[in-house]
Design a protein around this ligand. Structure first.
Ligand code: CP3
Length: 341
């Protein structure tokens, strides 16, 4: 069988068209997802392999995207570490036992082997149900972004507590990052073992850091995680607000670097070097615009990629809940049509 376009692009091989998938492609903008969520809590959905696999597969097939991403969450790994993870209705995530001191870091456990077996099982079922031409992406949060949730106790605007922790107790920070890197490594390994064809590391909030803090306090730990992924499994390394960190992210590793819309794709790709693939980078808000404008913006991004092998089309961040479903379909069709070679 031909290499699926998504995997070809991860390896910077030519593909018949530019592959496209969307972060948060299975989410609240979809009426089918909202219907499932009427009956099932978010964590319960993640912890029910049958349902998680069904959401993963149905979404990818319905959207005609070139990759599926396993339905799960980056924060799941924190629960078996003892952090106490909660998703209250309508709110973001909450960490019941935030990490504020070196003693809190010591109290965090390595997850028991098998604690996240339900994600591995969802990967197995989704891989079994997907058409062979649609690769399945496994994923995890990167150590910094996970640490930010642990320390802030949830989402944050400034990451002041996280940055103060780094500056105040770099030794405890290092111990925390090493613990998280170990847990993430085991978690990704289990997903690859279960059949994930590629993995994405989400360092969603790392863009709040200075380049120097990134290099000193984050890069070595990302490098450890990326280096531990089984050879031959492509790694996508994603962050937002990373215009100042691209060289650092490249040095940390990944076969594909995820870009958000705050950078020009062509300029960012030149900075990274064309010996790495890129993913991105349409502003998710563009999907609220009329279809003609969506097509125009998709064409502009494809123009910047200039048909070079190694571009995966995606948004610069996740699909917003208020996005019209037909606009998502229009984007996927536009990318396929406009990039056909
Ligand atoms: O379709 C997919 O992309 C696969 C599933 C997926 C989810 N979360 C499901 C989800 C993925 C890849 C994630 C990653 C994730 N989770 C990230 C990294 C990507 C990013 O957005 O930066 C982060 C930071 C999280 C943490 C998280 N999970 C937050 C902050 C929230 C609340 C905000 C929100 O959008 O509700 C979640 C909840 C969440 N994760 C939902 C989904 C579908 C919505 C939950 C619901 O049904 O109410």
């Amino acid at each position: 069988m031909e290499t699926p376009p998504f995997l070809a692009a991860c390896r910077r091989q030519p593909a018949p068209y530019t592959p496209v998938w969307l972060m948060r492609q299975a989410g609240r903008y979809l009426p089918e997802y909202r219907a499932i969520r009427e009956k099932t809590g978010f964590l319960e959905l993640c912890r029910t392999p049958d349902l998680a696999a069904q959401v993963t597969v149905d979404t990818a097939v319905r959207l005609r995207v070139d990759a599926a991403i396993i339905f799960a969450d980056i924060l799941l790994v924190l629960d078996p570490m003892g952090a106490g993870l909660e998703f209250a209705r309508g709110d973001g995530p909450t960490i019941r036992h935030p990490v504020r001191t070196a003693a809190d870091v010591d109290r965090l456990r390595d997850p028991e082997p098998g604690a996240l077996e339900y994600v591995a099982e969802a990967v197995r079922r989704a891989r079994g149900a997907l058409p062979p031409a649609i690769p399945l992406i496994g994923f995890a949060g990167a150590p910094f972004t996970l640490a930010s949730y642990l320390i802030e106790g949830g989402g944050s605007r400034l990451y002041a507590r996280t940055k103060a922790f780094i500056a105040t107790d770099p030794g405890a920070w290092r111990a925390l990052m090493q613990k998280l890197a170990r847990a993430v490594t085991a978690y990704l390994d289990a997903q690859v073992e279960a059949g994930a064809d590629a993995v994405q590391l989400f360092d969603s909030w790392v863009g709040c850091l200075s380049p120097d803090d990134y290099r000193t306090h984050v890069l070595p730990h990302v490098r450890a995680v990326v280096g531990s992924v089984r050879r031959g499994t492509p790694v996508i390394h994603f962050g937002t607000g990373t215009a100042g960190l691209l060289e650092g992210m490249r040095a940390a590793g990944g076969d594909v670097i995820g870009l958000d819309w705050r950078v020009d794709l062509d300029a960012a790709w030149s900075r990274l070097g064309h010996d790495v693939a890129v993913q991105g980078n349409l502003d998710p808000v563009a999907l609220l615009a009329p279809v003609a404008e969506i097509r125009r913006r998709a064409a502009a991004i494809l123009g910047q990629a200039a048909g070079r092998p190694g571009h995966i089309f995606n948004l610069g961040h996740g699909v917003l809940p208020q996005t019209p479903v037909d606009h998502v379909h229009a984007l996927v069709d536009a990318v396929h049509e406009l990039s056909a070679r």
